[in-house]
Ligand binder design. Structure first.
Ligand SMILES: NC(=O)c1ccc[n+]([C@@H]2O[C@H](COP(=O)([O-])OP(=O)(O)OC[C@H]3O[C@@H](n4cnc5c(N)ncnc54)[C@H](O)[C@@H]3O)[C@@H](O)[C@H]2O)c1
Length: 383
């Protein structure tokens, strides 16, 4: 049995991300293993309290997972010292007021991205958290995907030589909701409700690019609302006001060009829902959520462009699969454990509100670029 516990307020625990990734795959998995392991070999058990708007939903979840505490009264939970961490998985629109309350209550905070709908709000959160001296973290889950971990290993080993470019395809078909239910919540397709693929995905692209390749210096983006009308959870038609596809080019510190397509209106002809190709002078890699294959320069074929002769070369066969060489756990859980160690024993954490604010800035400037048709320079961000 563990000797100590840490209480975690989980706000929005019944939502898609709150339930599946944060409660089920992270906190309950950590509870199941006896708590988070600290550097001295001891464990601290996690104790969640579920917070939301529907008492019936919370009660059902709490009973299903043997969780003692739940409440619809966020203020009361924040006022109780038993709960040391506030975690936020609300719809983006509801996040800033909730985070401000948690900062005022002096809680350590862990939150989904984007931290806010505007850069101004995101930066203010970072400033308020710093002034209050509270520990803060933002989900950076893509960095923990096995494919991206293997990519990081390749970069650290010097495999690529000089990295030239990154090309990424993210997306899949999100059903319109009429003849088949949509597989994402309808607020994602209404900009007035915090939706849009730029707001959703550019915070991810920002931390992926800056942590693996270099700070994003400029952004050029073109957006589209390919499906103008969708059908919501209640079967009612609504106007899709937000972008559901974004085609973007980023220039990075160090000279790498990244070109990333994000789309909820494309049909998958790839191995995985996200795929990045990284080309370097000494080798190239193609990585997805799980997979990672490489082609070193010594094994690069020499294609010759000739439209008169059918090309029979098997290009897929030119790639070598990179082995796992380690056990990759769920990325949300791994980052939760890192954040818990940050709170409990001051372990380092770079993925804080300021990093979150840089992601919101990229989204905001991406939308401005799409509206103006111009490439936009991003300032270095500080509090
Ligand atoms: N890290 C990732 O890969 C990833 C993926 C998807 C979504 N997200 C982020 O997670 C967050 C939640 O997204 P989701 O897909 O789980 O959405 P969701 O709609 O499934 O869940 C949202 C939760 O917020 C609650 N909520 C809705 N409106 C509210 C309001 N006005 N006040 C208080 N609570 C309210 C809902 O009851 C629900 O519990 C978003 O900020 C989104 O950007 C992150």
């Amino acid at each position: 049995m563990s000797e100590s516990t840490i209480g975690i307020i989980m706000n929005g625990a019944s939502g898609r991300m709150g339930y599946r990734q944060h409660l089920l795959r992270s906190i309950l998995a950590i509870r199941e293993q006896g708590g988070v392991l600290l550097s001295d070999g001891s464990r601290v058990q996690v104790e969640p309290i579920l917070v939301g708007r529907s008492e019936a939903k919370l009660k059902e979840l709490a009973e299903r997972h043997d969780i003692a505490d739940y409440t619809t009264d966020l203020d009361a939970a924040l006022a109780d010292d038993h709960w040391q961490i506030y975690a936020d998985f609300l719809v983006t629109k509801a996040r800033v007021p909730a985070l401000k309350k948690a900062i005022a209550a002096g809680k350590a905070i862990y939150t989904e991205k984007p931290t806010a709908e505007s850069f101004e709000d995101a930066l203010e959160l970072a400033r308020l958290a710093k002034e209050a001296g509270i520990k803060n973290g933002v989900v950076h889950d893509k960095l923990y995907l096995p494919g991206l971990r293997k990519l990081k290993r390749l970069i650290d080993s010097g495999f690529f030589g000089r990295i030239l470019s990154v090309r990424g395809e993210f997306g899949y078909w999100v059903f319109e909701g009429d003849w088949q239910p949509a597989q994402r919540p309808s607020w994602n397709y209404r900009s007035e409700d915090g939706g849009g693929i730029i707001v959703d995905m550019f915070p991810h692209w920002n931390y992926v690019l800056e942590n693996l390749f270099g700070r994003v210096k400029t952004v050029y983006a073109q957006t589209a609302t390919e499906i103008p009308e969708r059908v919501d959870e209640n079967g009612d038609a609504y106007t899709a006001t937000a972008d559901d596809a974004a085609y973007a080019v980023f220039q990075l510190d160090g000279g790498v060009t990244a070109q990333l397509n994000s789309s909820w209106t494309t049909r998958v002809n790839r191995d995985e829902l996200v795929e990045f190709q990284v080309d370097g002078t000494h080798g190239s890699a193609v990585v997805g959520l799980f997979g990672c294959k490489i082609q070193p320069r010594n094994a690069t074929p020499k294609p010759v462009w000739n439209p008169d002769i059918p090309d029979t070369h098997d290009y897929d066969a030119d790639w070598i699969e990179v082995p796992d060489n380690e056990v990759f756990e769920n990325g949300f859980k791994v980052q939760w454990e890192e954040f818990l160690r940050h709170v409990l024993e001051d372990a380092p954490n770079e993925y804080d509100f300021l990093s979150g604010a840089r992601g919101v800035l990229l989204a905001e400037e991406g939308l401005k670029s799409a509206a103006s048709g111009q490439r936009i320079e991003l300032p270095a961000v500080s509090i």
